[in-house]
Design a protein around this ligand. Structure first.
Ligand code: SF4
Length: 443
């Protein structure tokens, strides 16, 4: 009954089939005379809703009948035979995310400035994006159709925001009633079907910490290895979050959480052979504690959630530095800007680089003036933040973290583009990842 109530409000109305965006020359798609703008409606009589459906319905098939709605409006039936695994040479439109129907008290969308880019207000809750990109869903509004699809198409792993296994607490945090907050049967169904689940907890002081956190970790660990890991990340509040129910995360809070979870990790490691519950890097950095060693993270199951990213970066940095031995390096002075949280760690690494190779790089922390509050990660910095620190941009070039840009465009969260920032600073600004930084330094 609740699905009837929720689904129409959150499902995107869209045209049938999936649209082709690109056809590679001399590919199977080109041979079939498919073009960009055509829509594939059915494969072997089965409806196609998106490119995941196309991938699933064509997998392993060598004889295919495609129903295509041409860009011109004509309907085609295309029969083809292909060698096993032969690629179609087609690219498809992106998946339009399904929207969530929760009102989480900590939702980042509530902390956006009113003029933020519309994409920052998208509350996606989509099991397809969970499978493809590791986006978290709460499963509160998952439909029967989606549930069946995960199982049938093996959309595994799934990343699930659990927050608390205490139902009252979960319902309170998600802003939904207990019936919707209760995902125990849905979770069980996924696990019984062999779908791997990674869980997440957004830790809110005074709400789902202490005993609630202890219970959550233990309840989830009881499902190991079907639930593979739980990431615990701290609540992040911008200056626009004014909800009186939320308490800011402090260094003392982080130290208490580390002590609590470290003890649990020891216990779980002895029992399961894995730490299972992994704390976000932000918790160690804010606490002023050392980031754990590589072995702590196993195969980094939730690195995209900021769990183990700093350790992985530091190890990768060490490897790259070793590779630089004997290389000719640029000795011109430059400034590296990064978020205030990571800056001390990066400063240590760059100072080692400078003293070993004679490079002249300075790390400068950038305050986040756009979001304010305790937002201190590099990925949420903006062009305005860089410009506000212009007097600290010494040397002949500036480096900023690549995460500050949109993945497909040199534009930042406040709409400024890289060349405008560079023009305003009067020096080149390079948005790079670690590999690109070393390439930039090498002559
Ligand atoms: S599920 Fe995610 S997007 Fe939806 S309200 Fe909660 S935090 Fe926001």
């Amino acid at each position: 009954m609740y699905e009837f109530a929720v689904t129409p409000a959150v499902t995107n109305i869209r045209r049938r089939g999936v649209e082709i965006c690109e056809v590679l020359p001399e590919s199977l798609g080109a041979e079939m005379e498919l073009e960009s703008g055509d829509r594939i409606i059915k494969v072997n009589g089965r409806l196609v809703r998106d490119y995941l459906d196309f991938r699933f319905q064509t997998a392993g098939e060598t004889e295919l009948l495609l129903e295509v709605r041409k860009k011109s409006g004509e309907d085609w039936e295309v029969e083809l035979e292909r060698a096993e695994g032969e690629d179609f040479g087609l690219s498809f439109e992106q998946i339009v995310p399904r929207q969530c129907a929760n009102e989480c008290i900590f939702c980042f969308c509530n902390g956006n400035p009113a003029d933020a880019r519309p994409s920052l207000f998208i509350k996606d809750e989509d099991v397809r994006l969970s499978f493809l990109y590791g986006n978290y869903t709460t499963l509160t509004s998952i439909t029967e159709d989606e549930m069946r699809r995960i199982v049938e198409q093996r959309l595994s792993p799934q990343y699930v925001s659990v927050h608390a296994t205490d139902l009252d607490v979960r319902a309170y945090m998600l802003g939904v009633d207990k019936a919707r907050a209760d995902i125990s049967s849905k979770l069980r169904r996924l696990l019984d079907a062999g779908i791997e689940v990674h869980a997440q907890v957004v830790l809110c002081p005074g709400i789902n910490d202490k005993e609630v956190l202890d219970k959550t970790i233990r309840d989830l660990a009881a499902e190991y290895p079907r639930i593979t890991s739980v990431a615990i990340v701290p609540l992040g509040l911008t200056r626009y979050n004014t909800d009186a129910r939320l308490t800011r995360v402090t260094p003392e809070f982080c130290r208490d959480v580390i002590d609590q979870v470290t003890a649990l990790q020891k216990e779980l490691h002895a029992k399961l052979g894995t730490n299972f519950a992994l704390l976000g890097d932000e918790i160690y950095l804010r606490a002023g504690r050392r980031i754990p060693a590589r072995s702590h993270y196993g195969d980094y199951p939730q690195i995209e959630d900021g769990v183990g990213m700093v350790r992985s970066f530091a190890n990768e940095f060490g490897r790259l530095v070793r590779k630089l031995e004997g290389a000719r390096l640029r000795k011109t002075p430059g400034t590296i800007f990064t978020g205030t949280l990571f800056a001390p760690e990066l400063k240590r690494m760059i100072e080692k680089l400078n003293s070993r190779f004679g490079t002249r790089l300075v790390v400068e922390p950038l305050e986040n003036s756009y979001f304010g509050g305790d937002v201190s990660v590099a990925g949420l910095l903006t062009g305005q933040d860089v410009l506000q620190a212009r007097e600290r941009a010494t040397g002949e070039f500036v480096v900023i973290p690549k995460q500050m840009l949109k993945s497909d465009e040199a534009i930042m969260l406040d709409g400024m583009n890289l060349s405008a920032v560079s023009g305003a600073l009067g020096q080149p600004v390079h948005a790079v990842n670690l590999q690109e930084l070393t390439a930039l330094l090498t002559i």
